[in-house]
Design a protein around this ligand. Structure first.
Ligand SMILES: Cc1ncc(C[n+]2csc(CCOP(=O)(O)OP(=O)(O)O)c2C)c(N)n1
Ligand SMILES: [Mg+2]
Length: 516
């Protein structure tokens, strides 16, 4: 008779799950063994749990279906929480499997015993502890069903060791299919159309599922019909970009700038997003970014059929069928002896191949790419949704696994990159086509900026020490080569462009340290 672990793997395969980003321990070994006994799941080793969870987020965003993570009790799971926080904010479908002690061993309070449910709850929409081997298949199916609940959720299944190793009777595994997004209410579309018509200064704010090709094209039609601005959320999970598509201003990150951008509006219509709020509290600045007294209307909440809602709204406003886009030339790669974040961004926008995936954790160095992405070749951008840094390299792993035919370009700030630098090793082992661009400013630059904003004009020696990454300088070329990823260092635009071209032309991962 097969084990509970094997039944779980059978059920996962039956539900269309293909991947498991794993960092197992003793309590997960029956599942490790089951991956060889039941075929259908590709298990990928991550050398830190934050790599596994971030990879599952990247995979889910690109594949549109969940990967499994396999994590070791409370402590192993805890190491993966930050990137699950980002996944939750991105509304990515993910299924975590966390091993635990055998049910009869828990009372002895062995060293690795902890309150896993309490750790898992804040980042999981669904948490369940398996009780018997016979329940493993059904529980896995329930976890997948929870994860694919539109638009996507994090589901966590705790699997005690005895549930994994005990025999489980055969039951035909239930297949889980992703439900369609919730249907749009015509009343919501009518209300939005009426509000926009009677408003003086309405604004459309797009997020989540609105940021695919269809949503963006519909938004352009609405913009043309209303002659009013459209904004995109500041940190989208997934945004289609490039000169083939209409583009809209991102709502600025700093709340003062965002308030300025939205000042004077009387109606905010959201699609696939909640109304914007300030990322951090700033004394004297309101949390809500839409002006006080302005009305808010949700055209379609996350999880609803946002694209259809936008199409219907465009129609109802009498918009043209299709907005013609100007033929714009692509950006031209920079040249010369100088290199800064802007020239790097320009080079990336100029050189990125069609259908590539850009993972953007460039922090203060992203603007150069961001400003030109709309002129670049058609591509998909994945952003830092939850503000927990250390997602970039793991997300790139997951995106590359999900889309082996697409080049992944990871724009990586150096400080953030060090949180989950082990992801480079997984890129090498899985031979993933990833170009990692490290913005080596050797600082937590944003924190220096925020200090200035907080009125600290001359940071003291401690503040400088806590925001500076030198002494010693990180040697990214060596870090990469130590994990099997060939690396180069660029100190001029000429060098960077040359190295970028070479990286894009070669299969497998490579890293460019852009010294800026
Ligand atoms: C998990 C987590 N830990 C700490 C922080 C606080 N934090 C935000 S930005 C930042 C430094 C970013 O530095 P870097 O990645 O080098 O980007 P730069 O500011 O230099 O552009 C830190 C430590 C965070 N956001 N998330
Ligand atoms: Mg930095």
């Amino acid at each position: 008779v097969a084990s509970g672990a094997e039944r779980l793997v059978e059920a996962a395969v039956a539900s269309g799950v293909e991947l498991c980003f794993s960092n197992p321990g003793t309590t997960e070994l029956p599942l490790v063994d089951a991956f060889d006994r039941v075929s259908g799941i590709r298990a990928v080793l991550g050398l830190f749990e934050g790599v596994c969870t971030g990879a599952a987020d990247g995979y889910g965003r690109v594949a549109g279906k969940p990967a499994l993570t396999l994590l070791h009790l409370g402590p192993g799971f805890a190491n993966g929480i930050a990137n699950l926080h980002n996944a939750r904010r991105a509304r990515t479908p993910v299924v975590n499997l966390i091993g635990d002690h055998a049910t009869w061993h828990l009372d002895s309070d062995a060293p690795l015993t902890s309150d896993i449910v309490s750790l898992a709850s804040p980042v999981s929409a669904w948490v369940h502890t398996c009780k018997t081997a016979g329940a493993m298949a059904g529980d896995l199916a329930a976890a997948v069903a929870a994860a694919v609940e539109p638009p996507g959720q994090v589901a966590t299944l705790i699997v005690p060791a005895d549930c994994q190793w005990d025999p489980a009777a055969s039951e035909p595994p239930e297949a889980v299919t992703r439900p369609s997004p919730r249907r749009v209410k015509t009343s919501a579309v009518d209300a939005a159309a009426r509000a926009i018509r009677s408003a003086r200064t309405p604004v459309l704010y797009l997020g989540g599922e609105a940021l695919g090709e269809r949503g963006l094209r519909a938004a352009a039609r609405i913009q043309a019909a209303t002659r009013r601005p459209v904004f995109v959320e500041t940190f989208p999970a997934r945004l289609e970009r490039g000169r083939h598509l209409p583009w809209f201003r991102s709502l600025p990150y700093f709340p003062e700038r965002a308030l300025e951008a939205l000042s004077g509006i009387d109606v905010l219509v959201t699609a696939g997003a909640r109304p914007p709020v300030s990322f951090f509290a700033v004394p004297g600045v309101p949390s809500a970014l839409a002006p006080q007294g302005s009305a808010h209307l949700s055209l379609a909440d996350p999880g609803a059929d946002v694209e259809t809602a936008l199409d219907l709204l465009a129609e109802s406003l009498g918009a043209v069928k299709e907005v013609e886009l100007d033929d714009v030339p692509g950006p031209e790669a920079p040249s010369g002896a100088h290199l800064n974040a802007d020239t790097v961004g320009l080079a990336v926008a100029a050189l990125l191949p069609e259908r590539s995936i850009v993972v953007d954790e460039g922090a203060t160095s992203s603007l150069g790419y961001g400003a030109r992405a709309c002129f670049a070749a058609p591509h998909t951008a994945l952003g830092l949704t939850g503000g927990a840094i250390g997602m970039g390299l793991p997300l790139a792993v997951g995106a590359a696994v999900a889309a082996p035919d697409r080049r992944v370009i990871a724009l990586q700030a150096d400080g953030s990159g060090m949180y989950t630098v082990q992801a480079l090793w997984t890129m090498a082992r899985e031979a993933l086509d990833v170009t990692v661009v490290v913005f080596s400013n050797r600082r937590y630059a944003i924190l220096g900026l925020e200090l200035m904003r907080a009125g600290v004009e001359e940071p003291g020696p401690t503040a400088i020490d806590l925001t500076d990454l030198s002494r010693p300088d990180l040697d990214w070329v060596s870090l990469a080569s130590g994990m099997g990823v060939p690396g180069t260092r660029a100190t001029s635009a000429d060098e960077f462009v040359d190295q970028m071209r070479r990286s894009l032309a070669n299969p497998g991962p490579s890293l460019i340290e852009a010294v800026i």
